[in-house]
Write a protein that binds this ligand. Structure first.
Ligand code: ATP
Ligand code: MG
Length: 433
């Protein structure tokens, strides 16, 4: 036998029955986006490497060590599998002049790629849902994008404040960050002995990112570091206040976390994360914030923006952890075909039912015709269908089929094939799980 090939480490197949949970999540997301008036965008999975280097910042975990970059062997171009969605969306908006007539509310769903050490909740190909609002400067939009994530948790059956908690911070504006940065460098300089190698290297290039360290040995020195919050001017504080007021009004609880920074350099003012303590070290389910400088940084006409991204694998793990499970998809009916039943007549009846919206699974016939009735009913039961439709040669000749309830009890009955619409109405409906 030929050697079996395997998927790449950290890149997973999503198969039934698990794929049904993914579809359910995606459907829930699409309904949410419609309610908020967000439109779908689909950008390429491969982009020029320069887009991410310029967009995310050179001294970020992603750009320094997580990107799948390669040379296009046909023309030598430097390419990267997208590690996140925002940079590509901004590139597309700039490229197609989409902000010319005002702002845009957008969302995407799709795979992202990061070369990390695979573990529970951390993969090399993972999937994100993201929302991006471009062109609007006001705190109402910051609040809107946060409120829609809270609405999504509710739609999915998660309890806000319990299963997922909101952390909020403001990163202020570049000049405020500069003043804070100087104070931060002075602080880390004074405590250089307690910094790890990573931090010492970043002290002058990106000291803010040191605050994001996961090294327990550095928690004390990070805890004592000067807080950006104390460097914010009136306008930044007012922006944060307005976001908080909206969250308060709607009743979405949050925690101010002055140490919350984000993995990318492009954020300013509002940043937030939804965290859970039910997933161990991979506790961040969703993160986002305002990125007013990015559009211009990527060559577009200056325009403000705000958005978020959520990790679908982590969200599904969390939903599993708290026991939220959608009903397993089952067909309305399972077609059992007896020996001698004319196949064209069976298929004609099934197509007519499906055209009426009934989901029917047909027992596949073998090379030698119909399988045993017992075997077919076993499959019918396992399918979760509510009804078995038994097609026999004599009944078909009489223009009839036997309908046998599999779940709800009740008598089996003969159904004339003549009135398909009436028949379909008795079969369709929510299937049992
Ligand atoms: P972390 O601190 O856990 O590495 P991050 O800050 O790198 O997360 P973001 O870049 O903000 O994550 O991406 C948004 C979301 O995407 C995260 O909150 C997480 O749910 C998910 N995510 C990020 N990286 C991975 C990964 N390698 N595998 C699975 N999900 C991921
Ligand atoms: Mg990361």
């Amino acid at each position: 036998m030929a050697e079996q090939l395997k998927a790449i480490k950290g890149m997973n197949d999503i198969l039934p029955p698990d794929s049904a949970r993914w579809e359910w999540l995606e459907d829930t997301v699409r309904r949410l986006m419609r309610r908020y008036g967000y439109h779908n965008v689909r950008t390429p999975i491969v982009e020029p490497t320069a887009l991410f280097v310029r967009g995310l910042g050179e001294v970020t975990d992603i750009v320094e060590k997580e990107m799948y970059s390669f040379e296009d062997s046909l023309n030598g171009d430097r390419l990267t599998l997208r590690p996140e969605g925002t940079a590509g969306v901004v590139r597309a908006m700039n490229e197609h002049n989409f902000l010319y007539e005002g702002g845009r509310r957008l969302y995407y769903i799709g795979p992202m790629f990061r070369h990390e050490r695979p573990q529970k909740g951390r993969y090399r190909q993972f999937h994100q849902v993201g929302a991006e609002v471009l062109g609007f400067p006001g705190p109402d939009v910051d609040a809107e994008v946060i409120l829609m994530t809270a609405a999504l948790w509710r739609d999915l059956g998660l309890t806000v404040g319990q299963d997922v908690r909101l952390q909020l911070n403001s990163l202020g504006q570049p000049d405020e960050r500069l003043a804070h940065r100087q104070a931060l460098i002075a602080h880390f300089d004074a405590h250089a002995a307690s910094l790890d190698e990573d931090a010492r290297r970043r002290m002058h290039s990106n000291p803010l990112r040191i605050l994001d360290t996961k090294n327990p040995a550095m928690q004390a020195v990070v805890e004592a570091a000067p807080r950006l919050m104390d460097f914010l001017g009136e306008a930044s504080l007012a922006h944060l206040h307005a976001v908080r007021a909206a969250l308060d009004a709607v009743g979405v609880p949050y925690e101010l976390n002055p140490r919350l920074v984000r993995g990318m350099d492009y954020y300013n003012l509002t940043v937030f994360e939804w965290v859970t303590d039910k997933l161990g070290a991979q506790g961040t389910v969703c993160g986002g914030g305002r990125y007013d400088g990015l559009i211009e940084q990527l060559g577009g006409k200056p325009a403000p923006a705000v958005g978020w991204g959520l990790g679908m694998e982590r969200l599904l793990l969390l939903l599993q952890e708290v026991g939220v499970a959608p009903a397993a998809p089952a067909p309305d009916a399972y077609a059992v075909v007896l020996a001698g039943a004319p196949m064209p007549a069976v298929m004609h009846a099934l197509e007519a039912l499906r055209a009426q919206g009934v989901s029917v699974q047909q027992h596949p016939q073998g090379k030698d015709g119909a399988a045993s009735v017992k075997a077919q009913f076993k499959k019918a039961d396992a399918s979760g269908a509510r009804h078995a439709l038994v097609f026999g040669p004599d009944e078909l000749a009489a223009g009839q089929v036997t309908v046998k309830p599999l779940r709800d009890g009740g008598e089996q009955r003969q159904q004339p094939l003549s009135d398909i619409a009436q028949w379909a109405a008795t079969l369709a409906g929510p299937s049992a799980s």
